[in-house]
Design a protein around this ligand. Sequence first.
Ligand code: FAD
Ligand code: MG
Length: 293
Amino acid sequence: MQQDVIIIGGSYAGMAAALQLLRARRSVTIIDEGIRRNRFASHSHGFLGQDGVDPSEIAATARRQLTAYPTLTWIDSRAESASGKLDSFVVVTADGVSIEGRRLLFATGVKDGLPEIEGLAERWGRSVFHCPYCHGYELNEGAIAVIAASPMSIHQAQLIPEWGKVTFFTNGVVQPDADARADLERRGVTIDETPVARLEGHADVVLTDGRRVGFSGLFVATRTTPASDIAERLGCDIEETPMGLQIKATAAKETSIPGAFACGDVGRVPHSVSLAVGDGAWAGAQLHRSLVF
Ligand code: FAD
Ligand code: MG
């Protein structure tokens, strides 16, 4: 049976969109692989009413509430391909199931390109973070390291002193100019140009000159790219942002392919659960409007 909307990605953004559509009694199929971006973190912060809650619990509660609506079909699988056009899209899952839909929504999220530093990946989401609004408060104004990973790292090193005493390891990735240096110094940032050899312990930075410096937490500015290339393969335009790549969408969240929409981390910057939920709710309403008018 043809669905009104097929949603690829059933996390915060995709479910927020689904909720609006289901409450308008529209038929919605969600295809979700369940690999959320924040799966490395045990606590999610900054989402009103859910501050400090396990991010998987926030998703599980939302899913439970959605399944109460009779026009929802949920498929736990990966969407392999999307084809077709406005009013006649087809999505095929990894299990070979085909679903037809009048509209398509990509809520597929992004993945983080982590710098290749020994010991960093296993500390991601535990003592190494990218978003100070999400994880800065818990560092209790302690010593924080910012390890350069992209040109955005200078901005990160300028912002994070709001949460603690910052050491900025440029690590051969960035070279702050005189203005940036003066600004960082004004904010009390220590600049250390010795390359980082590896991370150890909770959040200890071991440098190539043999020094080992302990921190309450570390920050890296990751480059984000769509977690799935399914929208790009359909022909949706992709655009560059200061944080990486995302699906290009209008203010109404429609991509360059009429009838195909995008929301959440993959369709906006910056990124958070609150913003993904807000963007998803908006996309759901815009999808509904496009079916009505
Ligand atoms: P996601 O939550 O990433 O979900 C995308 C979903 O789409 C996944 O289930 C994925 O499997 C699915 N998917 C992708 N491609 C396909 C496909 N082809 N077929 C089927 N399914 C597919 N934000 C906060 O507000 N507070 C925090 O404390 C916080 N902590 C974070 C900690 C870490 C370590 C990281 C990396 C991020 C954190 N974030 C936090 C950011 C937050 O994770 C994202 O903003 C949020 O998850 C975006 O929601 P989304 O629905 O757009 O994407
Ligand atoms: Mg989602």
